[in-house]
Design a protein around this ligand. Structure first.
Ligand code: CTP
Length: 434
């Protein structure tokens, strides 16, 4: 069949039946080597009894879109962990995860390879985890979320690159459309609604009209999903480059409240998502998002969100900082506040939460104080350390900490300006304290 799409272009609507040359040309050499080894292992004698191996789901979609994957999903007609153990040995990888449901993960050459057993899935009730059974490739593709994620590429040497696309995945890539495989897809797994919005935003695609209708009808069912899975979806949204766009779409479609009823994101907070300081790591940036969200919540809402979704201490601390900061914001505007008092007020907050508050602050004194705290005050410390104090005759024990704290206050408020003045302070205070 004709070549349909080339990496980075989606010009024609013809479909391909073999993407072998695509694989050869587009994949990085390490990825190509690993996929080749997986196909050869399945086609030859192997301990799991596998006879075929397919590249499935997201990496096939990314291949056709011209996007480099670092995550490769391979499906085999055998037990995933057994196959993974043997493959890991051949590609000098390490099995980092294995489950009783026939799945395993390998880390190799900077890539992640997920091995699953080709399976069928049925849902006992909406939102529940699926019941998994061995199945055919057709079953395995039919259980998936969207047409663009329901394609498979054969990796075995004789059939290298043969594409199975029974749901119109190539067509929908060309049409830039997110389309569910069947009308019950969102009620089977309501997290797919959030996945749809992520893909829509990540790839600049549009929702197929029937899929959108089904989303409108199913929005309320997200609440049936376990808190763990709802939180996992929020993390995935935070991990995308287009987080703001995704959150806006999720809000428009009533899906944020499905993650948690208290999850409201103010326009003001959303406007600041992209202002996260460049110095933040990926993890810290996500914590910063939580702090922005917390700024619009009441204490009760932040507590229930944190408790119900079992947030990590970092996320919970950031979220709860929002309502807590409301209690100190007014004090920070007082003109008679000394730097040491600013430190006393702000030191209990996580730094990343203060970064968020700085972005949100109106042009009042509080903004200057937040900025001074973050750039200067929080790093201020006396020149003398504990050993220096002992050398000056301070007895070991709590007095050392007390005097260090006094020196810190003196340095912040500029009543102590040098090492000499620090020593003088210690010598003056010591007789009063002992
Ligand atoms: N899948 C699904 N329903 C879900 C989650 C996953 O049908 N709720 C299927 C899709 O076919 C998907 C595959 O499982 O392609 C793997 O899921 P995942 O790794 O989450 O997604 P990827 O497609 O790899 O996409 P991403 O780039 O977002 O990781």
């Amino acid at each position: 069949m004709e070549r349909a799409v080339s990496p980075g272009s989606t010009a024609t609507i013809d479909s391909m039946s073999n993407v072998g040359t695509f694989l050869d040309k587009s994949l990085l050499p390490n990825a190509l080597h690993i996929l080749g080894e997986a196909g050869s292992l399945a086609a030859g004698k192997n301990s799991s009894g596998a006879t075929t191996a397919y590249l499935v789901g997201g990496p096939v979609r990314d291949l056709l879109l011209g996007v480099q994957s670092r995550d490769f999903d391979i499906a085999v007609d055998a037990d995933g962990p057994t196959f993974a153990a043997e493959l890991a040995g051949k590609i000098r990888g390490e099995v980092t995860f294995r489950s009783e449901f026939g799945t395993a993960k390998i880390a190799a050459a900077g890539l992640v390879i997920d091995i699953t057993m080709i399976r069928s899935e049925t849902y006992a009730e909406p939102g529940a985890l699926p019941l998994v059974q061995p199945g055919t490739l057709e079953d395995d593709l039919a259980r998936r979320d969207f047409t663009i994620n329901a394609m498979a590429v054969d990796l075995t040497p004789g059939r290298w690159g043969e594409l199975t696309d029974q749901h119109g995945g190539q067509r929908d890539i060309v049409l830039k459309t997110i389309k569910s495989l069947h009308p019950g897809s969102f009620s089977d797994d309501p997290t797919r609604m959030l996945r749809a919005i992520r893909y829509e935003s990540r790839f600049g695609f549009k929702m197929d009209p029937k899929t959108l209708t089904s989303m409108t009808e199913s929005a309320g069912s997200l609440a049936k999903v376990s808190p763990f899975r709802r939180l996992a979806e929020l993390r995935l949204i935070f991990g995308e480059e287009t987080t703001v766009d995704i959150l806006e779409h999720a809000e428009e479609r009533d899906l944020l409240a499905g993650i948690h009823p208290a999850l409201r994101i103010s326009r003001q907070a959303l406007n600041k998502f992209d202002s996260a300081p460049d110095s933040l790591s990926n993890e810290e940036r996500q914590t910063y998002y939580m702090a922005l969200i917390g700024s619009a919540l009441t204490q009760g809402e932040a507590e229930s969100l944190s408790r119900d979704l079992e947030l990590s201490s970092d996320w919970s601390g950031a979220l709860l900082s929002g309502p807590k900061f409301k209690g100190v914001a007014g004090i920070l505007d007082r003109s008679d506040l000394k730097p040491s008092e600013v430190v006393e007020l702000l030191a209990p907050f996580p730094v990343v939460a203060l970064e968020a508050q700085l972005q949100l602050a109106p042009p009042l004194l509080r903004r200057d104080r937040l900025s001074a705290y973050l750039t200067d005050y929080q790093h201020s410390k006396p020149e003398l350390n504990g050993d220096d104090l002992l050398a000056l005759g301070v007895p070991q024990g709590p007095l050392v900490g007390k005097l260090i704290a006094e020196l810190k206050v003196g340095r912040l408020d500029k009543t102590i300006l040098s090492r000499f003045e620090e020593e003088a302070h210690v010598k003056r205070r010591l007789p009063m304290l002992t």
